[in-house]
Ligand binder design. Structure first.
Ligand code: ZN
Length: 80
């Protein structure tokens, strides 16, 4: 019993010492599922923030989900 507990502690300590590169910050493109290497192509939608790998994916998603985009700050009413 005691051995099982100590081995469990050892395995967790190993993970801390290895300090693997955390790729959790790299999210897949919400359109093509490719890893996002360049950030900044984001859209706020009714379903939450969406992240895209490129301007093309962002534009396509915007077209497909036009009614769900909430970050359009065009405000046409203030222009006229
Ligand atoms: Zn993409």
């Amino acid at each position: 019993m005691a051995e099982a507990q100590s081995s469990g502690i050892n395995s967790s300590t190993r993970q801390l010492l290895r300090a693997p590169q955390v790729n959790d910050t790299i999210k897949p493109c919400d359109l093509c599922q490719l890893p996002i290497e360049v950030s900044g192509y984001d859209l706020n939608t009714l379903a939450g923030p969406k992240h895209f790998c490129c301007e093309g994916c962002q534009g396509i998603y915007r077209m497909l989900h036009e009614g769900e985009i909430v970050d359009d700050i065009t405000q046409p009413s203030t222009r006229s």
